[in-house]
Design a protein around this ligand. Structure first.
Ligand SMILES: Nc1ncnc2c1ncn2[C@@H]1O[C@H](COP(=O)(O)OP(=O)(O)O)[C@@H](O)[C@H]1O
Ligand SMILES: N[C@@H](CCC(=O)OP(=O)(O)O)C(=O)O
Length: 365
């Protein structure tokens, strides 16, 4: 048995951006049902609520303001879920709707709950259809694109393969909308940082993330050992062919062994309330030595956060190196930055742990 997350983007799920692509959804449900009948488990991550809602609201263009976008998502989501459910029922399966926000996945208790529910649904052969809960999220906490959400779901259920279906044959060396002669990449290493420069954030008129969010999603999925395949959703039998490991689209190999579940959960904190900047010695200790972040190596503290919350760890250039759970409030961290751990009592009335972030609570980016 293998576990798959199949993500379908807005570019595929709508017809001219105004109606749901029902023939497409019918064909993908047929393919996904085939996988389930062969003993595999599948979670679907489906975009398309906003695009479907535009038609319901009588709009001909995607609005830019949040209330109208959120209204469109609410108006479109029920129709989207109904189409998935109807199509799966015709294949002999039930479907279920799961709407998630970033907060659901950054709170450890809710994360574990979501995991248990998804796994239980699949035990019952009920197909979870996941989307972002667009109607309630604010700009600060939204994933925005469903590529990131799909990668976190792949981490959550420890999927073997994340399949991202879009309106291109895969990832090219350059955006094919800019250079139609760009070369299609068939096999890459998900951890190769060189891929970022080839993937632009440019999208079609409906998508949100472009290729860059897909590359980041592949890297995130690789944390739990999942491979990612990006392919064109209209390639005949694309899902079955990927499951048979045929060469379709771009396969992102996941070379590293899976991280611990706790570190994966930590790495999924994409929105943080603050950060600390490290000096060069501390950067080296954290990156190469796998060491804790000590107050003595901190040169600046940004934002307002509380003990136990997730914060980012930056180098002097502002590059995010890691995310970790901090042992002090921001105000305390400012008092002890640059201070040796044995001298904390001189700066704090109640000194706590010697580490600002313990290495067990630190996930490298
Ligand atoms: N290197 C690249 N290879 C392929 N597509 C790219 C690349 N860089 C940018 N893109 C763009 O990414 C788009 C797909 O992303 P997006 O529109 O967000 O679709 P979806 O809704 O499926 O997520 C493509 O149509 C393409 O224009
Ligand atoms: N949650 C949104 C989808 C966001 C989005 O457009 O994502 P994507 O198609 O992955 O670029 C919706 O249902 O409309």
């Amino acid at each position: 048995m293998s576990r798959f997350v199949v993500k379908l983007g807005s570019a595929l799920l709508t017809q001219a951006g105004l109606r749901l692509n029902e023939p497409g959804i019918s064909d993908w449900t047929r393919q996904i049902s085939g996988l389930i009948k062969s003993g595999h488990q599948v979670v679907v991550v489906s975009s398309g609520a906003v695009a479907a809602g535009l038609g319901v609201l009588g709009l001909t263009h995607r609005p830019t303001d949040m209330p109208t976008l959120q209204a469109a998502a609410a108006a479109g989501q029920s129709g989207l879920a109904t189409v998935w459910e109807t199509c799966f029922r015709l294949q002999g399966f039930a479907a279920s709707q799961i709407l998630l926000t970033h907060d659901d996945l950054s709170d450890r208790g809710r994360y574990l709950n979501a995991r248990a529910t998804l796994l239980r649904l699949m035990d019952f052969d009920v197909v979870p259809v996941v989307n972002e809960n667009d109607t309630v999220v604010t700009d600060e906490i939204r994933f925005g694109d469903n590529d990131t959400l799909a990668a976190l779901v792949a981490n959550l259920i420890q999927a073997d393969t994340l399949i991202i279906l879009t309106d291109q044959q895969g990832m090219y060396r350059e955006d094919p909308r800019m250079n139609p002669n760009a070369e299609l990449l068939t096999q890459v290493n998900a951890l190769d940082r060189g891929l970022d420069a080839m993937a632009s954030g440019g999208t079609g008129s409906l998508g949100r993330g472009g290729m860059i969010t897909k590359v980041r999603a592949a890297r995130l999925a690789a944390r739990s050992g999942a491979e990612t395949v990006i392919a064109h959703g209209k390639t005949p039998d694309v899902i079955a062919r990927i499951a048979r490991r045929e060469s379709v689209g771009t396969r992102f190999n996941a070379p590293e062994a899976a991280e611990t579940a706790r570190k994966r959960w930590l790495a999924g904190h994409l929105r943080v309330k603050g950060s600390v900047t490290l000096d060069a010695g501390a950067v080296e200790a954290v990156l190469k030595g796998g060491r804790s972040v000590l107050p003595v190596g901190v040169v600046a503290v940004q934002g307002q956060f509380h003990r136990g919350e997730a914060i980012a760890v930056l180098d002097a250039a502002g590059t995010q190196l890691a995310v970790g759970l901090v042992n002090y409030d921001a105000d305390e961290a400012r008092l002890i930055q640059g201070v040796s751990s044995r001298n904390l009592a001189k700066h704090l009335s109640v000194p706590g742990e010697p580490e600002l972030i313990h290495c067990d609570n630190l996930a490298l980016r």
